[in-house]
Each structure stands twice: as C-alpha cells, then as structure tokens.
Design a protein around this ligand. Structure first.
Ligand SMILES: [Zn+2]
Length: 314
C-alpha cells in the first residue's frame, strides 16, 4: 500500500473520511452532510463579528460568504428546510446585529430582504432558489452534451427538468445568475419600488443601504422604538414640536425643510413635499428632468437623509 501511495503520490487515509468537504458515511438525505456548510458559514461570519461594519459592509460579507461555500453541495443535494432556516438565522443575526453583544432589532422582514433589489429587497440570496439555479446548470449541460450518469441522478427534480426542457431549445449558455433571476419570480420589477433611485446613484454603498432602510420606514426613530415596546417621550429631536416619525424627520420637519429648500431654490422649483419616502424619490426624479447634471440631482435626497441621520445620532 505504501509503495502504491508513493508511486501515485497519494496519501493513505482511514475510514470514515471526509471527501470534498463531505463526510463519506453520510447518506444523501441526511442532515449531517450539511454540518460542514453550517460550520463554515458561522465561522466566516464570526471572524468579522469583532469589526465595526455598516449595514452595507455586513450585506457585502453575507453575499461573499454564500459565494465562498462549496456550491457542489447546493447543486447536487436537496437542501432541507431545517438547514435553510439555520443558515438564514445565522445570516439574519449577522445582518442586524453585527458586532453588538446584545440583540438588535430586525427592522425589515427576512422574506423581503431576500428579494432582489428590483423587487424591493437587499439581494441576499434565497437559498432554495439559489440551489435550484445551480441544479439547472447540470440539466442544461445535459441538453448540450447528451445523457450522463449525473443527469440520471439529478433527473428526479421534475419541476426543474420541465423548465430546462422548455428553455433548453434556445441553444445558449446557461448562467446561474440568470437562472436564479428566472426562478425568483422571473426577476420582475416592482414598479412601485424606487430601486433605481436607491441603487443606481453615485453614493457610497452604506448610504444607499440607509436609503433602502428609509424607504422601508425602518429607521429607529422614536416612534419605531416605541412600537418595539420601549417607552419614551416621543418628540422630534430637531424641532421638538412633533412626534418623531420617519416621515416627519426626513420629509416634513421645519428643520429638514431648510435643507430641501437650498436645492429647490437653486433651480427655482416650486415643490410640495409628498407624504412618503418612496413617493419623494419618484417626484424628485421627475423634478430633475431639466437639470443640467441629472446624476448629481438624483443624489440629493440620499445625501440630505444621510446628513440628517448622522446629525441626529450625534
Ligand atoms: Zn421636527
């Protein structure tokens, strides 16, 4: 045996062994085979937990961790619901809690967060859909390359097979990213959601993430804190005249209005402030039709809101 191992350049191991990160004794339907994935995900996120990161930074890392996980597991095996829940819990806690010791408020529902950006989410991957998109890659290759053993193994995923049979006539290359989009409600845009005004403007990522929170009205203003069972005297900390709600602080407060007026006066625009954050983004876009520098005009709401919130926090 030793002679063979030297000739072939291999290492002699003992059973049970772990092959390609997967325990050889585990059955395909068993939960145990997912333990290495759970551990890897937790370990990676724990490494960054000690650092101070903005919501935008934590979002980037969550997506990075999923990309770094071994995709062969997700692309071959059915991912059990209990594993999806555990991975989601780890990702969710990291997103909201970061390096904080005590529990943080989860300000937006997870099912909304895992939607794509055009559908109002943060683009964190839906694991079930991601796993399906990866499996489709194998099916697609079968249509290009003919029947193979791995195809027969994976063929039990009827629903995916039908989709590939339908789409596979278009002899193109399959991209997991595109497949994921199709599986996630066909990537259809939510027209009431101002995704371009949030993500397609030239502001730092953390500022765009803050605007996203704001459109969800999920900033910890005093009324939102009160809704979560903490009693306090609810007064706007800028003007002291009204209750501190997202819409008041960021749109209608007299103090905030002065900032909006600076930019509106520059272009001599008469403006009536909409009642909601998302409506404001759409209206602002319309008001910028004749602007000499449209890109700069589109940045203004996000910059005003970020400035207000940074001032509030101080
Ligand atoms: Zn006020």
């Amino acid at each position: 045996m030793e002679h063979l191992s030297q000739t072939l350049g291999g290492v002699i191991g003992t059973l049970p062994l772990v092959y390609l990160g997967m325990p050889s004794w585990a059955k395909s339907g068993s939960i145990d085979i997912w333990n290495p994935i759970l551990e890897k995900c937790e370990k990676k996120l724990a490494k960054w937990r000690s650092q101070y990161l903005s919501l935008g930074g934590r979002l980037t890392l969550i997506n990075f961790v999923l990309d770094a996980l071994p995709t062969y597991m997700l692309s071959i095996f059915h991912i059990p619901q209990s594993i999806v829940q555990m991975l989601d819990k780890t990702r969710r806690n990291f997103l909201w809690q970061g390096n904080k010791e005590r529990k943080a408020f989860h300000l937006v529902k997870w099912k909304n967060i895992i939607r794509s950006k055009v559908q109002g989410g943060l683009g964190i991957k839906n694991l079930k859909n991601h796993s399906k998109a990866l499996k489709v890659k194998w099916l697609w290759r079968n249509h290009q390359e003919g029947q193979a053993l791995w195809y027969r193994v994976i063929n039990k995923y009827e629903e995916l097979n039908k989709w590939v049979t339908k789409e596979g006539h278009n002899k193109g290359s399959y991209k997991v990213k595109e497949g994921y989009k199709q599986i996630s409600l066909g990537g259809i845009q939510d027209l009431k959601w101002p995704w371009k005004q949030i993500w397609r403007i030239k502001v730092p990522h953390k500022v765009a993430c803050f605007t996203w929170l704001l459109v969800n009205e999920a900033i910890l203003t005093q009324d939102n804190v009160a809704k979560r069972g903490i009693s306090l005297c609810n007064r706007c900390s800028l003007c002291g005249k009204a209750n501190e709600t997202v819409r008041h602080v960021f749109l209608h407060c007299n103090f905030t209005d002065q900032l909006w007026q600076i930019f509106l006066n520059l272009r001599g625009i008469s403006w009536s402030m909409p009642s909601k954050i998302n409506e404001t983004l759409f209206s602002w876009e319309m008001a910028g039709v004749g602007a000499t520098n449209k890109e700069r005009w589109r940045m203004i709401p996000a910059c005003i809101w970020w400035t207000i919130w940074m001032g509030e926090k101080r």
